[in-house]
Design a protein around this ligand. Structure first.
Ligand SMILES: [Zn+2]
Length: 218
């Protein structure tokens, strides 16, 4: 297995993160998580094409800024890895990317109702969740982000937000690993997100423990 430009801690977190997202049904057989390399920041680390619940350290591949494998790894990658590569290029501060087909967000990609936070644990949505419609970029498409131009267009739609919804497809969320119905105001959203960041160790420990238990059972 080619050596990755990533610390042991990053590899462990990426494996745990994949399994946690699967356990919480954010990802199923489809969808993926990646992290920016902590040894070579222009690269990112993501699994080969495999269901996230089954990912192990041996499945991880190092990808370059062009979203192609950099270590001569010939294993099949996710078709939609360009989502990750183009967001890392466009947003230097982004350390992790999740792409999901979760049915719970699909309605927000096809209605005029905006996805907005109504409680503090959803505060990361304060920046808004724009809807990206692949048809506006490429008339003939199969909804998948299967090359760099489509990935760059999606990254452009994400802009400075934390989440972009994808019409008829799913969503992509970025993160850092380090209003009336009473939506949260921008200020509440900002402050609440900062407060939540300060307690991330607690859920992370819980989720990681659960994922490890589930792995032992399987
Ligand atoms: Zn997808």
């Amino acid at each position: 297995m080619p050596k990755l430009a990533a610390s042991k801690a990053l590899v462990e977190d990426l494996v745990a993160g994949s399994r946690i997202l699967a356990e919480h049904e954010v990802l199923d057989a489809y969808g993926h998580l990646s992290a920016r390399s902590d040894k070579r920041p222009e690269h990112f680390i993501m699994s080969r094409s495999r269901a996230p619940a089954l990912v192990t350290a041996a499945d991880l591949i190092e990808w370059g800024a062009d979203s192609e494998a950099v270590t001569g790894d010939k294993r099949k990658g996710f078709i939609e890895r360009y989502i990750h590569g183009e967001i890392y290029r466009a947003r230097p501060e982004v350390m992790a990317v999740v792409h999901s087909h979760s049915p719970s967000v699909i309605p927000y990609g096809v209605t005029q109702t905006k996805l907005r936070p109504i409680y503090h644990m959803g505060s990361f949505l304060w920046s808004g969740a724009p809807v990206w419609d692949i048809r506006k970029v490429r008339e003939e498409n199969d909804l998948l982000v299967r090359d760099r131009p489509l990935g760059a267009a999606l990254a452009g739609a994400l802009g400075k937000c934390n989440c972009v919804l994808m019409r008829g497809h799913g969503m992509t969320v970025v993160g850092e690993i380090e209003g009336p119905v009473a939506f949260l105001s921008d200020e509440e959203g900002r402050r609440s997100t900062a407060a939540n960041r300060g307690t991330l160790e607690r859920p992370w420990e819980l989720w990681k423990t659960r994922a490890a238990r589930a792995t032992r059972r399987s």
